[in-house]
Design a protein around this ligand. Structure first.
Ligand code: F6R
Length: 425
């Protein structure tokens, strides 16, 4: 048998059509394929240097499990899916998150001066939630950008920046191409990915798998909340090797543990949210507003509504309304306002007053009924730590979009013009 050490000149790839032979260089990540004098017959079993990969998805993920649509099933699964995302990763002793898949020691984890997050569509919005979590908990400057833009603008790749690529499918071409560009320029890239062994998962230096199970419906729901949760774990991890105190670490760990039960409580409001969806769905257009932590939630809410119900929806930072979009507000344009009980509550309530003064209807999502009659309808969610609010605030918006799409008779799981995995430019 041929036992010379293999070295990997790139031209060997061209020979990949010839039968591969095993090679003693076990670290090779590509099959050592080199023509031999006696080419084996096609019946000869081939050896490969590739490791088998076991995926923990079962057939039950691919039926609707008694729900009318995959989307409703996937929304309803979120107490379990986020439990799986955090399972085995929280440490009650040191109040940290264990993320061995990052392949980084503590010294390297401390060395990053910035975090740059890339992803497309809903993945990008969850990246905005992630950037805020990392800034708040780890005090590292962070931002998110659509991967589809990033890859075309010849980005400056900084050795002190941790790059994070997000993808449910792990196959989105724009995100993959951005990762390849980063790697080519020597960037350190980790992935937050659902699909095990996917193209992006194979390309990155390490990462966090979501373990949310396959997402069948075209609109992303459970992967969105699991990604946001994975960012909370990453922020905790980065924070606890820096200045996040054990007390704050404990506060976040305990908050994360409360999330599955609280999501369950929101899901129990499904009938009420279905009624609200029937009331608001006939409007041709809807505005979604939120401030800081609430803004990416508003963007995701608008995205969900437009993609599955085809109702036009715009999302704005609430602080920006008076700089232009307030002109649109009136009886035909209801607003979904994300108003958590945080340090921005008073400012948000002022915004509701401005909308109501212009005859706009308000559907508020927050922690309590507003004092004055500032909203026509309110969906109340349970309280947790304010940094984790975006995860809980997202759930009612998913249900609102789902029930609006059902009320309008749309093809909920396969909305027009969209594909689950965008593998083209
Ligand atoms: C929206 C949605 C899309 C995806 C985007 C990225 O509901 O599903 O916006 O989030 O196409 O897909 P992944 O996460 O597979 O890279």
């Amino acid at each position: 048998m041929w036992r010379r050490r293999c070295s990997p000149p790139p031209t060997w790839r061209r020979w990949s059509a010839t039968p591969a032979r095993s090679c003693t260089w076990r670290t090779a990540s590509w099959p050592c394929s080199r023509p031999t004098a006696s080419t084996p017959s096609p019946a000869t079993p081939r050896e490969t240097a590739k490791e088998p990969l076991t995926v923990d998805w079962d057939a039950g993920h691919y039926d609707t499990g008694g729900y009318e649509h995959y989307l409703l099933k996937e929304i309803s699964e979120q107490p379990e899916t986020i439990t799986r995302t955090m399972s085995g990763r929280l440490d009650e002793r040191f109040h940290v998150a264990h993320l061995g898949g990052l392949n980084m020691d503590a010294r390297e984890t401390r060395s990053f001066r910035r975090v740059k997050i890339i992803g497309c569509g809903s993945a990008y919005y969850s990246g905005q939630i992630g950037a805020q979590l990392i800034e708040e908990l780890a005090r590292i400057p962070s931002d998110a950008e659509p991967a589809s833009e990033f890859r075309y603008r010849n980005p400056v790749v900084d050795p002190d920046t941790l790059y994070v690529a997000i993808s449910q499918s792990g196959e989105t071409y724009d995100t993959l191409a951005a990762v390849q560009e980063l790697k080519r320029k020597g960037g350190r890239v980790i992935g937050i990915v659902n699909a095990v062994g996917s193209a992006i998962a194979r390309e990155v230096d390490g990462g966090i798998y979501l373990h949310a199970g396959p997402e069948v419906s075209v609109a992303s729901t459970k992967a969105f909340t699991s990604t946001s949760l994975a960012f909370a774990l990453l922020a905790l991890h980065l924070g606890r090797v820096r200045d996040l105190s054990p007390a704050d670490g404990r506060r976040i760990v305990e908050g994360l543990r409360r999330l599955p039960g609280q999501i369950e409580q929101i899901l129990q409001q499904g009938d009420k949210i279905a009624e609200l969806a029937k009331k608001y769905a006939p409007h041709p257009s809807m505005m979604f507003v939120g401030r800081v932590r609430g803004y990416p939630v508003a963007r995701e809410g608008a995205q969900k509504l437009k993609e599955i119900s085809y109702v036009h929806a715009e999302a704005y930072p609430a602080s920006e309304l008076k700089h232009g979009p307030l002109a649109l507000i009136g009886p035909d344009m209801p607003t979904v306002a994300i108003v958590p009980d945080d340090e921005l509550l008073d400012k948000n309530l002022t915004t509701l007053g401005e909308i109501r003064a212009r005859g706009g209807q308000v559907l508020m999502v927050g922690h309590r009924e507003p004092d004055a009659k500032l909203a026509d309808d309110v969906i109340v969610i349970p309280r947790n730590e304010i940094e984790l609010d975006p995860i809980l605030l997202t759930i009612p918006l998913q249900l609102l979009a789902y029930h609006a799409a059902v009320a309008l008779g749309r093809d909920v799981d396969k909305p027009r013009n969209l594909a689950k995995s965008v593998t083209v430019e």
